[in-house]
Design a protein around this ligand. Structure first.
Ligand SMILES: [Zn+2]
Length: 306
């Protein structure tokens, strides 16, 4: 898709409809749009690399990443967040043999990889943030290379399991990234993906608030951090297009203690909606487990320009 285009990245449909005006200071040239055919929600057009680099440069300068990853490191064991990660690891363990090779894409400060290693598995990570990659290496002594999934070649590496939590929605070309991972998996290897659930209760409530004239929740959820917003339908399609068969579709909720909120109203409102989402089966995260299959279709619809 070109910067001026308005086609669906995933299925190529030109029927995408505006959903939200994005938050300032992104300007007027971008919309959040939804495809009625495959249900993918995306920035339309997909911003160029320079725009995204500039956004993250400002974000890093604000020091947000530093404190975020420090919270990963300090006393993570026994925390609610650690228990969430342990549950994910237990589900993966049910699908793989003993002592698999695991790659964690976007491993952050390394808490999950630390658990993987304690289980006796071989774990390796790639992480785009120098701060986080340094934490993972220096504090946990983990095998982590500083790279983006786009820049990582993985030449000669092969894995039984690849995990990618909260990464796919940040990428300009998520289909390409998943195909690349597929090439580094052994036959029958497992990919575990976690992404925000665009059809969860939190997003739906933000949409209702937006239509009533209160834009702040939508501005908090829809900004350049995330270029794509997936549902069960759109992520299923993406995985099939990239050569995976789906094994499990689950849900999870963000641990609110980890997130910084601008106001108490947003914090308690989010907490209430996340709890309600758990009760209603409309949580704010989707967790997909998929298995590498034999053949990959030639073309997966539209593509981001490079
Ligand atoms: Zn579509």
């Amino acid at each position: 898709m070109s910067e001026a285009g308005s086609r669906c990245y995933l299925c190529g449909s030109d029927e995408v409809r505006p959903l939200y005006e994005p938050a300032k200071p992104l300007g007027d040239s971008y919309r959040i749009a939804r495809c009625p055919d495959c249900s993918l929600v995306q920035f339309s057009p997909v911003p160029g690399e320079a725009t995204i680099r500039e956004f993250y440069a400002r974000y890093d300068a604000a020091g947000e990443r530093e404190s975020y990853f420090r919270r990963c490191r300090d006393g993570y064991e026994g925390s609610a967040e650690a228990r969430q990660l342990e549950r994910k690891l237990d589900r993966i363990a049910m699908r793989v043999g003993s002592s698999p090779d695991l790659l964690d894409v976007g491993c952050g400060g390394g808490a999950f990889l630390d658990m993987v290693r304690k289980k006796g598995w071989r774990g390796r990570g790639i992480e785009v943030s120098p701060t986080a990659a340094r934490y993972a290496r220096d504090v946990f002594g983990l095998n982590v290379i500083e790279a983006s999934i786009e820049s990582w070649s993985g030449e000669g590496e092969v894995y039984d399991v690849v995990t990618m939590f909260d990464v796919l929605e940040h990428l300009r070309d998520p289909v390409e990234a998943v195909r690349k991972i597929r090439n580094r998996l052994r036959d029958g290897g497992i990919l575990v993906l976690e992404v925000p659930n665009q059809e969860g209760l939190l997003d739906r409530a933000a949409g209702v608030a937006y239509r009533l004239g209160w834009r702040k929740p939508v501005s908090a959820l829809y900004n350049l951090h995330h270029l794509f917003y997936f549902s069960v339908r759109s992520l299923s399609r993406l995985l099939r297009d990239a050569g995976f068969g789906i094994l499990e579709i689950g849900q999870d909720s963000t641990y609110v203690g980890r997130v910084t909120f601008e106001t108490r109203l947003l914090k308690w409102g989010s907490w209430t909606l996340l709890k309600a989402g758990q009760l209603l089966g409309m949580e704010n995260k989707l967790v997909f487990m998929a298995r590498k299959e034999g053949t990959v279709p030639l073309q997966a619809g539209g593509k981001a320009d490079r």
